[in-house]
Design a protein around this ligand. Sequence first.
Ligand SMILES: Cc1cc2nc3c(=O)[nH]c(=O)nc-3n(C[C@H](O)[C@H](O)[C@H](O)COP(=O)(O)OP(=O)(O)OC[C@H]3O[C@@H](n4cnc5c(N)ncnc54)[C@H](O)[C@@H]3O)c2cc1C
Length: 311
Amino acid sequence: MSTHVRHAPDGERAAQAVPPAVMLPATLEEAVSALSAVPAAVPVAGGTDLMADVNSGHLRPAALVGLGRISEIRGWSYQDGHAVLGAGLTHARMGRPDFAALIPALAAAARAAGPPQIRNAGTLGGNIVSASPTGDALPVLAALEATLSIAGPEGAHRELPVSHLLAGMDILRPSEVVGYVKVPLLHAPQTFLKATSRTGPSRALASVAVVLDPMRRGVRCAVGAVAPMPLRPLEAEQWIATLIDWDGDRSLAPEALTAFGEYVAMACIPDPLPAGPEDNPGPAPQLPPAALHLRRTVATLARRGLGRALA
Ligand SMILES: Cc1cc2nc3c(=O)[nH]c(=O)nc-3n(C[C@H](O)[C@H](O)[C@H](O)COP(=O)(O)OP(=O)(O)OC[C@H]3O[C@@H](n4cnc5c(N)ncnc54)[C@H](O)[C@@H]3O)c2cc1C
């Protein structure tokens, strides 16, 4: 899936013969100007996703606009109860304790994102714009209902919910650059758990982010890697929030945690519908074993994630 407008294939073919020109702007405004001046240019941050596409021959950009020298997007600031995160924050930076104290689930996702070389170079903005189903930051941003701040030509600026970009309801327009990601500061426990197919850094088979929102007496949950975009099991969220004693110790019985896990998993990986007509539906088809295993994995992650958030 691409969150960018595609460039003309002719331009790509013409660019194959010569190495791409590289521009290194120092501000977001300069980056947008560079992209406007060379419409076939592509922004590159850490290059961990983009250069893999270039090396495999899937992408031949005529020019690259490197975002690595834009210091304004490599840190964060605060605004109206939100953290405004620069799109150039690396996974390594987000994994550090000072960031973890602010947005624990995003820090946990950053620590889980690939091996150290990838975490040192890969950025939050790149993770979002690549929109890979296995992007570890994505379920966290979906659960936090984060918003993108996007810079465009002629000083234009717009805000876009991350979930709209990931769902393909909107895309980045030509010359636009993601500058910041606005995340609410909830001052409450939040978790991110990821299951992989092997020990050590690896892409997620499934991941679950759980965020408590005591002000709104809400639980927000998003499941990653089991669909093209993170899924929000809204009914499960609403149901479990009614069981929590928000003014008390917030603990839940193990049975309630288990039921939450199963509710989340069933919502994200539902049973297939019977094939026949409504009045004579026939036998219910079974999920294949791999999907049943994935559903059990999601149930376990959601149960543990909520249990840890409430502990
Ligand atoms: C071996 C390996 C293991 C990996 N493991 C994981 C993993 O476990 N979990 C995980 O989540 N990811 C993983 N990744 C993917 C990757 O590291 C992340 O998605 C990373 O966050 C991408 O960021 P980047 O800065 O490198 O993006 P880039 O490669 O620089 O860019 C990716 C895309 O985003 C666009 N872009 C980047 N920044 C902006 C911006 N500010 N505005 C507009 N467009 C922008 C680029 O044009 C490009 O289309 C792995 C990658 C590799 C190669």
